[in-house]
Design a protein around this ligand. Structure first.
Ligand code: CP3
Length: 352
């Protein structure tokens, strides 16, 4: 990595975040937050005014500015690239939008084989403004690593098949079980798109990747292993030669943690339901963990937040490496000052 991009990168490589991902000792527990850039920040709401979410993701200047906002404000140990899991689908021409307060909505939900043709491969030109933003960010960030990300095949497929957010993922599971061949073709195409998207971000300078399988927790372990794991493995395999840590995260995935580690992750993201020391038992000793303060804790008094955060840090010591995070994204109503205090608390925490 250092040879490829030069001396700046070697400082990034020694960052607490990358060290914890690799299971190396750190002086402080590194911390960043999923959705650290977003509606909780007044400066985010200001720059997004009058610009649709997906339009903002294709504007290099806005991607750079929004990605930097939480780094400037909080001094977090990593930046996460401002984008969305549906951006590569939009980039290849899938007709979809992100509706405020709802999430991704697809104009023509995926129903049959004829629609596979619309899911062509991702070409670098499709995402040129995005990779330009990643390159610019690496310069602005200096020693702070940039995390690239993609949506995992199951979570992406669930938006395509359901047409939007879903509570029970009924149609997606129906497709998996009634036409497994078509399911595997769909998931295989999504895996290639997600893998290519991650690769392009790393080639532009991202020094870690996170694969979001946010809704995988709706699946039984048996269904996950048979119908989903091979495709998520293919995504992580697509960046295996690039020597960047691979983080794999989902919500409500307590029963899947071992399997999610086994598809090629260096770090497993854990939501707030499973204490990190229990999670380590399920994942095994050869991976780091990321998480896992309940995002709603930030609405409690400061001393309660600190007690809960200390519990997370102590439980995280069971792992070979721990990256502090919330158990899911920052809620839009969160007070940014509460997050600032939390970063300071994690950084100042004395481990003996
Ligand atoms: O700071 C970061 O974490 C980086 C930015 C990021 C966004 N989306 C920006 C965003 C990331 C990593 C994502 C990933 C994403 N998008 C996931 C996986 C992570 C997770 O939350 O589990 C999923 C499932 C999506 C799909 C999606 N996009 C949802 C459910 C929503 C919320 C809809 C809403 O308005 O409540 C979005 C929109 C979205 N993505 C916003 C942001 C900042 C809010 C849009 C806005 O500000 O108008």
């Amino acid at each position: 990595m250092a040879e490829r991009i030069g001396s700046v990168t070697s400082d990034v490589s020694r960052s607490d975040f990358l060290r914890a991902c690799r299971g190396e000792a750190t002086d402080r527990v590194p911390v960043w937050f999923m959705r650290q850039a977003g509606r909780s920040l007044p400066e985010y709401r200001a720059v997004r005014e009058g610009v649709a979410m997906l339009d903002s993701c294709f504007r290099t200047d806005l991607v750079v500015e929004i990605t930097m906002q939480p780094v400037r404000r909080y001094g977090v140990d990593a930046a996460i690239f401002f984008s969305d899991i549906v951006v590569p689908l939009k980039a290849i021409g899938v007709d979809l939008d992100i509706v405020p307060g709802t999430g991704p909505v697809v104009a023509e939900p995926f129903r049959d084989r004829a629609q596979l043709d619309a899911l062509r491969g991702l070409e670098p030109d499709d995402v040129a403004p995005i990779t330009a933003a990643a390159s610019a960010l690496v310069g602005e960030l200096g020693d702070t690593p940039l995390i690239g990300f993609a949506g995992a095949p199951f979570t992406l497929a669930s938006y395509l098949v359901e047409g939007g957010p879903s509570r029970d993922h009924r149609r997606t599971k129906q497709l998996m079980r009634s036409d497994p061949d078509l399911w595997h073709e769909l998931a295989g195409r999504l895996a290639r798109i997600a893998g290519d998207f991650l690769r392009l971000q790393v080639e532009a300078g991202a020094s870690a990747v996170q694969l979001f399988d946010s809704w995988a927790g709706t699946l039984s372990l048996a269904d996950y292993q048979e119908l989903v794991a091979p495709h998520s493995r293919a995504v992580l395999e697509a960046v295996a030669d690039l020597d960047v840590p691979r983080i794999h995260f989902g919500v409500g995935t307590g029963e899947l943690l071992g399997a999610m580690g086994d598809v090629g992750a260096d770090v497993v993201g854990v939501d707030w339901r499973v204490p990190l020391d229990d999670a380590v038992q399920r994942i095994g000793p050869d991976r780091s963990v990321q998480g896992n303060l309940d995002p709603t804790t930030l609405f409690a008094p400061a001393d309660v937040v600190e007690r809960q955060a200390a519990r997370v840090i102590e439980a995280g010591r069971a792992a070979r490496g721990h990256v502090f995070n919330l158990g899911h994204g920052v809620l839009p109503e969160t007070d940014p000052d509460a997050l600032a205090r939390l970063v300071d608390f994690v950084h100042g925490y004395e481990r003996d």
